[in-house]
Design a protein around this ligand. Structure first.
Ligand SMILES: *Cc1c(COP(=O)(O)O)cnc(C)c1O
Ligand code: SF4
Length: 360
C-alpha cells in the first residue's frame, strides 16, 4: 500500500525539480492559457460570428477548451477544418437523439473503487485525473462523474489497495480525463508504488497531451519516464494528420529516445477523418513520427455526439480500403466498445480493392 513515500529512493527525484506553486512549469502555463471563450476562438480563426450563438449554447453543456498551439494548426476561415470540428461547440449537440446516452460504455458498472475500472482480464484502468487539456466534442466521457472518483484519487493509495485485490492484473493503464495533466510531483509517487509490485509488468498511459500540448513532454517528464522501473507504453490520440507539426515531432522524438513505446488511437468521426485518404495520411504521419496506429474506434454513442457517427458498413469499407493500400502495421484495428464484452470488439474486414475515383 502507498503510505510513506521515500523520494530519495527514486533516481528521477534527484535529477528533476518540481516547480513550486508560484513557479509553474511551462506546460502548466500553456494549459492554463487554453482558449475557453467561443468568441475568441472564432476571432482567432477569422470565422463568421454567426456561429457564435450556437457555440455558446452548446458550450453551456460542455465547455469549449483548446490549447493555443492546437488552434495554430487549424486553417483560418474554414468552418469545416478537421481540427476545429473536434472542438467547436455546435447546435447539433443539443438535439436529443435516441440511442445516444450519458454512459454508453458501461463505466458505471465496471467501477470497482473510486476511479479504478477493470473490464478486461490482465488490465486495470485508473481514472488518474478528471482534467483534460482539450475538450473533444465527441468524448464518451463528456458526462462522466469525475468529481466522485477524483477526490479519492488525490493520492494513489485507494486505487493501489483495490488493484492489490485483483488477482491477475499485470498492466496498469492510466486514463482520464488526461493523466498527463497530473504534475510531475504526483507522477513521481507512482514509480516506487510500481517498484513494490513487480507483478505489474507494464505501465500504459492514454493521453492527448503529447499532441495537443507537446510542451508537457519536458525534461522533467522525460526523466520520470526514463526512471520508471517497467516499460512505458504511451497511447496518444490523434484523428487527423494536420494535428502533427514540428512541436509534436520533437515531443515524439524525445519520447522515443527515452525508450517509450508509442501507439495511437483515433475515433472515426464524420467530417474529420471519414475518408480513406484522410486515414491513410494519418497513418503515414504517425509513422513519420515513430508512432504505430493501434485502434480506430467507432464512436461511442454519447449524448450530444450523434452528428459525428459513421455508419458501420461505411466504417468497414474504409478499413478495407486502408488495408488494400497500406502495410498491415499501418492499418489500425477498427473496434467498437460493447458493454460487457471481454475486450474491444474488432470490425475489420479484409482488404478491399478500390477503383481510383470511387467514393468510399
Ligand atoms: C479499452 C480499455 C482497456 C484497454 O484495452 P486494450 O484492448 O488492451 O487496449 C482496458 N480497460 C478498460 C476499462 C478499457 O475500456
Ligand atoms: S482528451 Fe480524451 S478524455 Fe479528454 S475530452 Fe478529449 S477524448 Fe475526452
Amino acid at each position: 500500500m502507498l503510505t510513506v513515500e521515500d523520494k530519495s529512493s527514486t533516481k528521477s527525484a534527484m535529477i528533476t525539480r518540481e516547480p513550486t506553486s508560484s513557479q509553474q512549469a511551462g506546460w502548466q502555463q500553456a494549459l492554463a492559457a487554453a482558449v475557453t471563450d467561443p468568441r475568441e476562438l472564432l476571432a482567432m480563426l477569422e470565422l463568421d460570428l454567426a456561429l457564435l450563438p450556437a457555440a455558446r449554447a452548446a458550450h453551456q453543456q460542455f465547455r469549449l477548451r483548446v490549447p493555443r498551439g492546437f488552434v495554430a494548426r487549424m486553417r483560418p476561415r474554414d468552418p469545416a477544418d478537421p481540427l476545429l470540428r473536434q472542438v467547436l461547440p455546435l447546435a447539433a449537440e443539443l438535439r436529443q437523439m435516441s440511442g445516444f446516452i450519458s454512459d454508453p460504455v458501461g463505466d458505471g458498472a465496471a467501477t470497482l473503487a473510486p476511479a479504478l475500472l477493470s473490464k478486461y482480464s490482465g488490465r486495470a484502468l485508473f481514472i488518474a485525473s478528471g482534467a483534460c487539456a482539450i475538450n473533444c466534442r465527441y468524448c464518451f466521457r463528456r458526462e462522466y462523474p469525475y468529481g466522485d472518483g477524483i477526490a479519492a484519487a488525490a493520492d494513489w493509495a485507494p486505487a493501489f489497495a483495490q488493484l492489490d485485490r485483483l488477482a491477475d492484473v499485470d498492466e496498469l493503464i492510466l486514463s482520464g480525463g488526461d493523466p498527463l495533466t497530473l504534475s510531475d510531483a504526483r507522477l513521481h509517487k507512482l514509480g516506487p508504488a510500481l517498484a513494490r509490485r513487480p507483478w505489474i509488468r507494464r505501465l500504459r498511459i492514454h493521453s492527448r497531451l503529447p499532441v495537443v500540448l507537446p510542451e508537457r513532454i519536458d525534461s522533467g517528464f522525460l526523466a520520470w519516464a526514463d526512471a520508471l522501473p517497467i516499460p512505458l507504453v504511451l497511447v496518444i490520440h490523434t484523428n487527423h494528420a494536420n494535428e502533427f507539426d514540428g512541436t509534436v515531432a520533437t515531443a515524439m522524438a524525445d519520447l522515443r529516445r527515452a525508450g517509450v513505446m508509442l501507439l495511437n488511437q483515433s475515433v472515426l468521426l464524420a467530417g474529420v477523418n471519414d475518408d480513406a485518404d484522410a486515414l491513410a495520411d494519418l497513418s503515414e504521419a504517425l509513422f513519420a513520427n515513430g508512432v504505430l496506429p493501434y485502434y480506430l474506434h467507432m464512436l461511442d454513442r454519447v449524448r450530444g455526439a450523434a452528428h459525428f457517427e459513421v455508419p458501420e458498413d461505411q466504417a468497414r469499407r474504409l478499413a478495407g480500403a486502408l488495408a488494400a493500400r497500406l502495410p498491415g502495421y499501418l492499418v489500425p484495428r477498427l473496434v467498437r466498445e460493447v458493454p460487457g464484452a471481454p475486450g474491444k470488439t474488432p470490425l475489420n474486414s479484409g482488404p478491399v480493392a478500390v477503383v481510383p475515383g470511387d467514393a468510399v
